[in-house]
Design a protein around this ligand. Sequence first.
Ligand code: 3PG
Ligand code: MG
Length: 400
Amino acid sequence: MAAFKTLDDLPEDLTGKRALVRVDLNVPMDGAKVTDDTRLRAMLPTVLELSDKGAIVLLLSHFGRPKGESRPDMSTAQLVRPLAELTGRSVRFVEDCQGPQAERGIMTMLPKNIGILENTRFHAGEEKNDPELAKGMAALGDYYVNDAFSVSHRAHASTEGIAHLLPSYAGRAMEAELTALERALGNPEHPVAAVVGGAKVSTKLAVLGHLVSKVDHLIIGGGMANTFLAARGVDVGKSLAEKDLIGEAESIFERADAASCTIHLPYDLVVAKEFAPNPPSVRTCNVHEVAADEMILDVGPAAVEALADALKTCRTLVWNGPLGAFETPPFGAATVALAKTAAALTQDGSMISVAGGGDTVAALNQAGVAAEFTFVSTAGGAFLEWMEGRVLPGVAALQR
Ligand code: 3PG
Ligand code: MG
């Protein structure tokens, strides 16, 4: 893994020093209430450590996609109260993330104080990685800390540009992400298994293409498995399948073969004539028995058992995406069962398990096993880009 400075490389005493910390306050909200505070909890160790060392902690973040406009409904001011509650410390709002107004707000802050700067994306320069904006932000601080892996796939002023202008460090959450990802795919213990699910192959082609050369077992589930089944000549009935991508699926089979990566596709399935909770038509069948008016909605129980057996031979697992339509019963059964197996193997100490991306965390929470995985990433898009083997600009900019 490339080398990064961490908070361990900062002076012990930061009294009165200003630490600009890029965090990801882009959390789901319902009115004033944060409905999933995972990202807020993830950044606490960094924020509290810097505050305890006497720093003036200035949080930089986007919220939503305001596209360069000041939108009151996307102000980061709404995160002040949730963060104050979570930290048990006073948190104040600073009305800009650069310039004289920001400077005025910060001037009256004391050592250990925590401030949230206004939404970085209220400036059009943020997403353009405008050097002037990066300079304006950097002028507010003595140090820059990036603790937002989940937005480090964006080369923006607050994630990339600024890192070149101040002494820069990876925060504790970033450090934990990079360490876990390195153990999972960078330099893993073999055999390695990857579970890749989700609705569409089109969004995960690059991930699959990269994984075949990295892992020993590639388990494909979710709607995207249908395209691979179709490529193998299976009649998938009225299932979602991207028929125009059959050629791509074939090429992934070939590359997997050349790299000695075993691709696992389900050989039994849970199907139904309609997609609804517990539909009367639901049944389990062999992969070659899907009727023309049925759709595939989950991996079947026999296949799940075979997948569990495959996982038992592995030392490392990386998981992205559910195996079935997990939010609608009973189509979450395969995801829950395989996640439980992975959790048990992790708890036994026989496997390192790393999961991340969009629906994945929700699926693991539904299975009640997120806490039993070795590491669950807070990232969506960034996790996927990392699984594609891409260099994340916000991470690269921290390299020393
Ligand atoms: C996310 O929620 O995925 C991150 O905060 C990045 O947000 P973005 O997709 O709007 O860049
Ligand atoms: Mg996103």
